[in-house]
Design a protein around this ligand. Structure first.
Ligand code: ZN
Length: 293
């Protein structure tokens, strides 16, 4: 098994995982052109994949999960298109197979589609062969239904096993967005200086539970105003550092009326700031791979 940077103990390579100092960020070309901060707007389009795995007889949670497809997505498209924003949709393989119209719509509108398990599994609870099967099945479902050449990944529940990054890399996923070791993107494999080497580098686009709509709205039952406050404070701080803002939402959650209005207002605020690079997760990972290896 490859020794992944994110698994390294503190010590020899501990600096590799640390955020750059503010001064260094300000003075270096972290982002393309004249941008000072990168923002990824992402949605985990889970639909009822999790319920189909855990409780297929419970029709109320299933109906709630379906709200994302029946109502939420349209509202999301409206905001994204009103502000000309790119976005990435992470989709479980089962959803790709059972919501083909959504997939076509997402891709047809020019948004990115990436992987998100098959039935929204917690892979750390699976055996190795089961996990490999899940990740293969997910990749296959997306390859058959999208035109995208490169497929990224976000783990359901942000849950990875000690094997996941090796399997993702072997299967050809181009980046991961599930870990939390620092603010800026970072490499999960050592960039290889040998030009003749085929060794692949994989980029991590780190996430943060405070920028996930689901726990805030559905577990902690926060109001849109409270969530806006958290998201904006995080944005202001990361923007000041010239860093990376990775917002994770769910169509059945953010798609509710008062929440989508909050999202619209928040987007308006972020758009009012100069030199913000709005990009898909893939674009950020590609930039990082090509410019920071
Ligand atoms: Zn999910």
């Amino acid at each position: 098994m490859a020794l992944w940077k994110n698994q390294m103990p503190r010590g020899k390579r501990a600096n590799a995982g640390r955020s750059r100092k503010k001064k260094e960020v300000e003075s270096s070309n972290i982002w393309p052109e004249d941008f000072r901060c990168a923002v990824v707007i992402s949605f985990d389009h889970d639909a009822e994949s999790d319920q189909m795995r855990t409780a297929p007889e419970k029709i109320v949670p299933i109906s709630k999960a379906r709200y994302g497809s029946t109502v939420g997505l349209e509202r999301i498209y409206r905001v994204l298109e009103d502000y000309s924003l790119p976005a990435t949709f992470f989709v479980p393989g089962w959803v790709a197979e059972n919501y083909e119209e959504d997939l076509k719509e997402i891709e047809g509108r020019g948004f990115e589609i990436a992987g998100h398990g098959y039935l929204h599994e917690k892979v750390s609870e699976l055996r190795m062969e089961e996990e490999r099967h899940v990740l293969e099945h997910c990749m296959q479902a997306l390859r058959q239904r999208t035109k995208q050449k490169e497929i990224g990944y976000r783990a359901p529940w942000f849950d990875l096993s000690t094997r996941s990054l090796d399997i993702l890399s072997e299967l050809g996923y181009s980046y991961d967005s599930s870990l939390m070791q620092q603010d800026l993107p970072y490499f999960l494999t050592e960039p290889d200086n040998d030009a003749s080497s085929k060794r692949k580098t994989m980029v991590e686009l780190p996430v943060d539970w405070s920028l996930d709509d689901f726990p805030a709205f559905e577990v902690q039952r926060k109001s849109p105003r409270e969530v806006r406050e958290i998201w904006q404070a995080q944005f202001d701080a990361l923007y000041a550092e010239g860093s990376f803002y990775n917002l994770c939402m769910h169509p059945d959650c953010i798609g509710r009326p008062a929440r989508i209005e909050m999202f619209r207002e928040f987007v308006k605020y972020v758009k009012s700031k100069p030199r913000v690079w709005f990009a898909t997760a893939f674009e950020v990972a590609k930039w990082w791979r090509e410019s920071h290896a």
